[in-house]
Every structure is written in C-alpha cells, then in structure tokens.
Design a binder for this molecule. Structure first.
Ligand code: 6PG
Length: 282
C-alpha cells in the first residue's frame, strides 16, 4: 500500500485487511454549487486492491440499505474498470453475505447497441454479476440501447419513476462510476448536451468524440446518490484524478468532478498508476 505523502495531510484509515489505505487528498468542500461534498481519494497498490476495496464498500452499503429500507438500489458503472469488482461480488464471501435478493440494479449508462453486443454494459454485467448471482430480470432495469435513443431514454425515465413510486425522495443508495481519461463519467462526456440537463434523470446523449449516441443518467440522477464510488486505474487516468479530485489547477470542471451529491460519501478509489500525478505534500 503506497504511503507517500501528498498534498493534503494524509489520513490513514485501517482497512479490514489490515493494510492502511492512505486517503491522499481530502479536498475541502468546493464552493462551486455542483461540488458540495468533499471527495476522498483512496490510493491502492494496484487494480486488484482497488477491486477488493470497492467490493467491501459495495457489500457494506447494500447491507446497510437493506437493513434500513428493506431494499437497495445500485447504479452500475460500465466500461472495463468495474469488471474485476463485479467478479468479486459474484464470488465468496460477497455472494452469500450480501442480501442480493433485495437489490435492484440500474445502469449509469449504456451504449446504443443490442443487449448481446460485445460493447453492451448490460451484457458485461449480465455475464459477471446477474447470471452468477441469479438476479432475476425484474430486478434489473436494462437501458434499451437497441431502441431509438430518445425513446429509450424517455422509457427508462418512466421505469425509474416506477421504481421510486411512493417514495418521497428518489435516490440511489449507491452509484458506481468509472472515469474516462477526458474526465467523462457514465456517458456524460465533456461538452455534450446531457451535462446541462437539470430535471430529467435519463438522457440520450450525442457524443461527437465517439461519433455515437449514448444513454446516460444525468447529474440530477447521479447526485441523488447516498454514496458515490468512482473507480480509476491506469496511467491514462492520472491527470484527471489529480485535477478533478486533488486540487491541481485546471480550466473547465470535468463531468466526473460534477458528480458531487449533497451529504453523500464520494470516494475515489485509485491504483498507484492513476494516483501518479497527485502532487506530493507541500
Ligand atoms: C462506459 C462507462 C464509462 C467508463 C469510462 C471508463 O460505458 O464506457 O460508463 O463512463 O466508466 O469510459 O472506462 P474504463 O473503465 O474502460 O477505463
């Protein structure tokens, strides 16, 4: 476990495995309206340790939410980073110790492809999580990437409203997110229209950088979360981690930086490579 100093006074928090996770930077809450909660950056030696630490946090969050509300609603991240986390959650000890039968899964975003397409986030979660944990389809809200994007977004919005029916305040108990090298998260890419959405929870987002459409939860939806865990591993994420979460000066706020729910824990789990540009303690 890396214990280099960093810009902020590092605080070490004992981890269940006995290794100290050095919180390398706990930013003071930013004054900008969209960043009311501090981000806690936790550095781990490698991607495997990031996945193990994330699995522990997911398990703890689901157990607490089910104890409190008799159910838990988790928004899953897409892409490659969460793959190892999902494999861990579907294996011992998490397979048996977490109340998966009371857990509902939604998606942070989806590519506009068929569900059996290699690029589908749903397909990845189905293979690594839902099938091994025998999660029935009625507890998985699939974003229908095969439909016309605007229709799929509108229909997903209705399904989310049904999920929260009769609940005074709609919120996700946990949102899992990856971080792109350009600072995108879910499918909220820099400069794209969905970033400006302030009401709807789901958007069809045209992403010129990819020459593609995506379906994505919006900032209002992500910022409803009671807990946000962002995962980033690899050198290519180092600059955005240092700038978005560790106080290194940059111009435009990144989309990932704007996921900052009020009064919610926001943790950024990084491996040494993704932490490599975090400034040393002055
Ligand atoms: C997606 C994700 C996206 C992802 C980042 C990081 O559908 O691709 O939701 O936001 O989390 O692009 O991707 P990697 O984990 O593959 O680096």
């Amino acid at each position: 476990m890396s214990d280099e100093n960093s810009q902020a006074q590092p605080e070490t928090t004992a981890q269940p495995d006995g290794k100290a996770a050095v919180a390398v930077a706990t930013e003071k809450a930013d004054t900008r309206p969209w960043a009311p909660s501090a981000a806690q950056v936790l550095r781990f030696a490698d991607a495997e340790e990031v996945a193990e630490a994330a699995a522990k946090k997911v398990a703890e969050t689901v157990k607490k939410a089910v104890e409190k509300n008799e159910r838990c609603i988790v928004a899953l991240a897409g892409g490659n980073t969460p793959r190892r986390l999902y494999e861990k959650l579907a294996a011992e000890p998490y397979r048996d110790e977490v109340p998966w039968t009371k857990t509902y899964f939604v998606f942070g975003d989806e590519r506009c492809v068929a569900p059996d397409d290699e690029a589908s986030n749903h397909r990845m979660a189905q293979e690594l999580l839902f099938t091994p944990l025998e999660i029935p389809a009625h507890r998985v809200l699939r974003m229908k990437g095969e439909q016309v994007p605007a229709d799929a977004a509108r229909r997903y919005e209705v399904r989310l409203k049904d999920l929260f029916l009769n609940q005074p305040k709609r919120h996700f108990d946990l949102v899992l997110l990856g971080v792109g090298a350009d600072g995108h998260t879910a499918s909220l890419f820099p400069g794209t229209a969905a970033l400006a959405e302030e009401e709807k929870w789901v958007a069809a987002n045209e992403v010129p950088q990819l020459e593609a459409w995506r379906l994505t939860l919006t900032l209002p939806a992500l910022n409803s979360a009671r807990r946000v865990i962002l995962l980033a591993t690899g050198e290519e994420k180092a600059r955005v981690i240092a700038e978005a979460f560790c106080g290194v000066k940059h111009d435009e706020p990144y989309p990932c930086e704007r996921v900052a729910p009020y009064h919610a824990k926001r943790e950024v789990l990084v491996d040494a490579a993704a932490a490599s540009q975090i400034p040393p303690k002055k």
